[in-house]
Write a protein that binds this ligand. Structure first.
Ligand code: XMP
Length: 513
């Protein structure tokens, strides 16, 4: 059985980061909401439990709490921030609200560690930690020793090694905490006794075996979008069952230049599978004729996509298994507030009632995006696919502002291809999170040769971001922008002007529609 650590989520903003760090240490972990019953946790037979931070105060009755029985399971627990306060409170320590703000701490904080503690053994006895708290532990519970302090915080860490209970007021999962990852690793290996069996190679071999066991002699059909997740899922299933996998790729003609051909070549040449490409640009354009409203375009493209996809499935493959590239963040429950609900995500497609599959296979359902990429690389997927930038489901349909026509899609594809080419050449492509061209639907006057022109305007959008919730416009050097502009105007027919979008998010969004 895979050794597992449970991250119990109390609504902290770093819950996924904690899980990622644990996995980076080579230990598999799962996030569970604080509403999960103790029985569910026990069933997982965890090697350790980590309480996340959270925005609440422990003495507020409506704050998320957990039954103190969890400390009697004999399983090591590490409480982080709110999680540490919760542990102290539940076991009889004293947690105080810093009403005068004298002891609240935010940001980088000089911290002194007791290197006798298993978490800090072998590390420097002082350093910077990342704090974000108003309440603090004035007295740890009986049996606990204080193992770290700051000028303002009398209990920056506490430990009861006998019961294997540990707490840190700071955030070891955040890079700003010096040696934070070493502290987490110490908890996992020294306290929990993990062996560290979570590796990409073993994930691949275990998953391939599981797929073979589940599928038996039957077949699998997968909707391939050309995005990272469905591509990696396809490569993995192909390794397990070869030609009994059929990938259906609906090319609505709204992908970037040559992207449809690239996807087809990759999956027909590099992998053993049946690959079905449905070229349906004309049908999509017919449906989009005269439509300019962004939401209406999105709806039409989405509905048409699934209509084409499911019709193909009805025609030829009605049984066996259905696979999709759902990844872990698509399906975890969040502990935020009491509205702990599973988010409906665009990856989780509903199968129409008239189509009966034996079951649904989601081979990447336990992985984070960077782990999916590592698996993709190990399986031999090309770099362009594995490190592909996010691309909206409705494709260029939402980057051609106004009516989507074949000619306007062509102009945008050409301009976008030049932008990509220049960014690759100057080594700037990897410095940005996302960049693309937009056709705003504005015509402007220009002069070319000696003649007046009246042609389309192209806009360039490029952003840097960690999470796409907020983003900065990328500060691309002027000479690179100049080259991109020259080439687009010279090489793309019907374009006579290029502008650069210098709007951050918020107030703008990344996409224009
Ligand atoms: P916005 O425009 O909301 O974009 O700032 C944030 C990120 O999401 C991508 N995006 C989409 N992805 N379907 C998708 O799968 C969509 O309809 C969609 N709209 C935006 C966008 O490219 C950016 O990475």
């Amino acid at each position: 059985m895979q050794e597992t650590v449970i991250v119990l989520d109390f609504g902290g903003q770093y819950n996924q980061l904690i899980a990622r760090r644990v996995r980076e240490c080579g230990v598999y972990c799962e996030i569970m909401p604080y509403t999960a019953p103790l029985e569910k946790i026990r069933e997982k037979n965890p090697k350790g439990i980590i309480f996340t931070g959270g925005p609440n105060s422990v003495y507020d009755e409506s704050s998320p709490h957990y039954t103190p029985e969890i400390f009697e399971l004999g399983v090591p627990v590490l409480g982080i921030c709110y999680g540490c306060q919760l542990m102290a409170y539940a076991l009889g320590g004293k947690v105080i609200s810093a009403t005068d703000n004298s002891v609240s701490e935010y940001g980088k904080t000089e911290t002194k560690y007791s290197t006798d503690c298993a978490l800090f053994e072998g590390l420097p006895d002082s350093g910077v930690s990342w704090m974000s708290h108003r309440d603090y532990i004035s007295e740890p519970p009986a049996g606990f020793a204080v193992t770290a302090v700051t000028d303002n915080c009398p209990t920056a860490a506490m430990a009861d090694p006998e019961r294997r209970l540990y707490g840190v007021q700071f955030h070891p999962e955040v890079n700003h905490t010096e040696h934070g990852k070493d502290m987490l690793s110490a908890f996992l290996y020294k306290v929990c006794g993990c062996a560290g069996d979570w590796k990409t190679e073993s994930f691949i071999s275990d998953t391939v075996e599981k797929i073979r066991d589940t599928v038996g002699e039957k077949s699998v059909v997968l909707g391939l979008s050309g995005g990272v997740d469905s591509s990696v899922a396809a490569a993995l299933i192909s390794r397990a069952i070869g030609k009994r996998l059929t990938c259906v790729f609906v090319d609505q003609g709204l992908m970037r230049k040559d992207e449809g051909d690239f996807v087809e070549q990759t999956f027909t040449k590099l992998f053993d599978m049946n690959f079905v490409r449905i070229n349906c640009q004309d049908e999509f354009l017919a449906k989009l004729k005269g439509v300019t409203d962004p939401e209406e375009k999105r709806n039409i493209i989405g509905e048409e996509f699934y209509a084409v996809f499911w019709n193909k499935i009805r025609e030829s493959y009605g049984d066996g298994y259905f696979a999709q590239g759902t990844i872990y963040p698509d399906r975890i429950e969040s502990g935020k507030g009491d509205a702990a609900k599973i988010k409906t995500h665009h990856n989780q497609v509903g199968v129409p009632k008239d189509i009966k599959f034996d079951g649904i296979i989601e081979p990447l359902g336990d992985l984070f995006k960077d782990e999916v990429r590592a698996v993709g690389e190990k399986l031999g997927l090309p770099r362009e696919l594995v490190w592909r930038q996010p691309f909206p489901g409705p494709g260029l349909g939402v980057r051609v502002i106004g009516e989507v026509t074949a000619e306007r899609v062509r102009i945008l594809q050409e301009a976008d291809a030049i932008l990509r080419d220049e960014m690759e050449r100057c080594g700037y492509a990897d410095k940005m999170s996302q960049f693309f061209a937009v056709l705003p639907g504005v015509k402007t006057v220009g002069v070319m040769g000696d003649a007046r022109t009246y042609s389309e305007l192209v806009a360039i959008r490029a952003v840097t971001t960690d999470d796409f919730m907020t983003a900065d416009w990328a500060k691309i050097p002027y000479d690179i922008l100049g080259r991109v502009s020259n080439r687009i105007i010279n090489e793309v027919e019907n374009v006579n002007r290029v502008v650069y979008d210098i709007t951050s998010k918020p107030p703008g969004t990344v996409e224009w529609e």
